[in-house]
Design a protein around this ligand. Sequence first.
Ligand SMILES: NC(=O)c1ccc[n+]([C@@H]2O[C@H](COP(=O)([O-])OP(=O)(O)OC[C@H]3O[C@@H](n4cnc5c(N)ncnc54)[C@H](OP(=O)(O)O)[C@@H]3O)[C@@H](O)[C@H]2O)c1
Length: 245
Amino acid sequence: MTLSGKAAIVTGASSGIGEATAFALAKAGANVALAARRTERLEELKTRIENETNAKAIVVKTDVTDKAAVEMLAAKTKEAFGSIDILVNNAGVMLLSHIKNDLIDEWTRMVDVNIKGVLHGIHAVLPTMLEQNTGHIINISSVAGHEVTRTSTVYSATKYAVRALSMGLEKEFSTTGLRVTNISPGAVESELREHITDEEVRSNLGNKKRTLLHADDIANAIVYAVSQPEYVNVNEIIVRPKLNY
Ligand SMILES: NC(=O)c1ccc[n+]([C@@H]2O[C@H](COP(=O)([O-])OP(=O)(O)OC[C@H]3O[C@@H](n4cnc5c(N)ncnc54)[C@H](OP(=O)(O)O)[C@@H]3O)[C@@H](O)[C@H]2O)c1
């Protein structure tokens, strides 16, 4: 299925998986609304999309923790492209820490961005997608939404929540034109780890040698999911790096 003429919103499009996904969707034909807080990065991506693909892009400065800002993102997308066909709920933070270190502000931040941000996205696009009787919501969870490690307790809690939201949406809207895909990446090379402040976690990260996926590997999975015929509902994709590579 071609994505030509489709309109997509990608949150967290200023780096990593979101940036790669926005470009891949544009390359596949979709017009994209680029959302994040760092607008200079979004403007660079918009220029690259318009120079290297046939798609259009708009930049919408958005903090996903702000419900009104996400509502505005949906409204601007519809105004620019006439519909909202794809939402990639990707913006997220991974502030790994030990619970004993009591970084409660970081726990709150993860709940706000990773759970409330995803809910704001769903809230903002749902009326349009139901009215169109077509639309595809992609939620980015994680393998941390399937397994918990000693330092991922709160992050995993938020990513389990994202999976629960995906499963519930899928069931509630199964008889409508809405499709839902939960994507669970394993470790991907990106800026995500740079924001970790727990010193014990940071010092261990440096010692670990492991294979990392590229952001494009996840973007490819997303393009696969949204490119299937309308009757095909790709509900869950887990992409892990091959450890012995
Ligand atoms: N990298 C991995 O190993 C991995 C594995 C599994 C799942 N994931 C998930 O994949 C998603 C993307 O992560 P990434 O690896 O691409 O990390 P990244 O490069 O750090 O990208 C995170 C994105 O989220 C945006 N963001 C953060 N807080 C935001 C807010 N309040 N409002 C709007 N945007 C916000 C950032 O944009 P601004 O700072 O410009 O706002 C940035 O574009 C996250 O949900 C993450 O949990 C990543």
